[in-house]
Design a binder for this molecule. Structure first.
Ligand SMILES: [Zn+2]
Ligand SMILES: [Zn+2]
Length: 258
């Protein structure tokens, strides 16, 4: 079966343009230089799974016609990945149920502190039905979709990567442990975070991302979580064919079994 992944956001934690920044990228009028915070929508067999729900979620949903969502996958609980989570309320009201949410135990524990009001069942806030992953990597059935998952860290926080069929979404990876390549065997379409061409503290450089992609053996790798350091086309000119910077609104296809 064929699935699709729609990039709802491909920007770094501050988005692009950055507030108040007068650099050439931030002043550019090219749509490819406008990047919402990182997020995307997997669609497979009539099921829509949102990956992350950052502070731009409302604008993303309106721009890309995300009228309904069946489930939410959370990579981790940094602001740029979860700050739109209260917007789930709209789907609760329209779909008349809690939104299933798949996440690690570490993310769940953090959410319980930061979004304590979600756990007051009488309140008017967003309602989520949490499905907590039982280990660091494996495979689960989530809403009838087989989801592979793996774990890595960024700045001491545990981050979860997700896989459906030959598609994988690996964002906010800082240190690469060899074991991740077992989880990514056979991945053909890879979404991978890389902040900028140069090295940085919390993200892969472009060279590191290309090396990662080569080790996975992905046919197409799309970089996300990209900063304002250069223009979209100039960034792509630095990359080999098969590894390119994604842009908001790009949709890619993948293969999976149901
Ligand atoms: Zn991030
Ligand atoms: Zn800028």
């Amino acid at each position: 079966m064929r699935g699709t992944f729609l990039f709802l956001g491909t920007g770094a934690s501050a988005g692009v343009p950055v507030i108040g920044c007068k650099c050439a990228t931030c002043l550019s009028t090219s749509p490819k230089n406008k990047r919402f915070r990182p997020s995307g929508l997997i669609s497979v067999g009539g099921t829509s799974l949102l990956i992350d729900i950052g502070p731009d979620f409302r604008s993303q949903a309106l721009q890309f016609n995300v009228d309904s969502v069946d489930g939410l996958l959370l990579t981790h609980t940094h602001y740029d990945h979860i700050a739109g989570i209260d917007e789930v309320r709209v789907f609760n009201i329209r779909q008349k149920k809690e939104l299933p949410c798949l996440l690690s135990k570490e993310s769940f524990d953090e959410l319980k502190t930061r979004y304590h009001y979600f756990f007051n069942k009488e309140g008017l806030s967003a309602k989520l039905d949490f499905q907590v992953l039982e280990s660091d990597r494996g495979m689960v059935d989530f809403l009838g979709v087989k989801i592979g998952y793996c774990s890595f860290t960024q700045g001491g926080m545990l981050v979860t990567g997700f896989r459906v069929g030959d598609f994988a979404y690996i964002s906010d990876i800082q240190k690469v442990d060899d074991s991740i390549f077992d989880s990514l065997k056979g991945v053909r379409t890879l979404v991978l975070s890389a902040l900028k061409p140069e090295e940085s503290h919390f993200h892969l450089s472009f060279d590191e991302a290309v090396g990662f992609s080569n080790r996975v053996g992905a046919k197409n790798t799309w970089l996300t979580h990209v900063g304002h350091f250069n223009d979209h086309d100039a960034l792509n000119a630095l990359l080999p064919s098969g590894v390119q910077v994604a842009y908001d609104g790009l949709q890619v296809e993948f293969l999976c079994e149901m």
